[in-house]
Ligand binder design. Structure first.
Ligand SMILES: [Zn+2]
Length: 73
């Protein structure tokens, strides 16, 4: 069994990065890819952009929790 390695352009930052195939999530689902530093790719997003997105999402989630919910009349 050999490890598949390829260069992939990130759809967010458009930088080319090396990534390696480390198997699949489950038998049928898509392949799992990790970058040079061992961090995981998320679809066509490089690990760096994925980390940035996660941070933003976390911040947004926390903000939503703190703000009073103004649904209902
Ligand atoms: Zn990127």
């Amino acid at each position: 069994m050999s490890v598949e390695v390829q260069k992939r352009k990130c759809k967010v930052c458009s930088k080319e990065s090396i990534r390696a195939n480390v198997g699949t999530y489950t038998k049928k689902s898509s392949k799992r890819w990790i970058g040079e530093d061992g961090r995981q790719w998320n679809g066509r997003k490089c690990p760096q952009c994925q980390a940035d997105t996660a941070k933003v999402n976390m911040r947004r989630l926390r903000a939503q929790k703190r703000e009073p919910n103004e649904s209902g009349t």
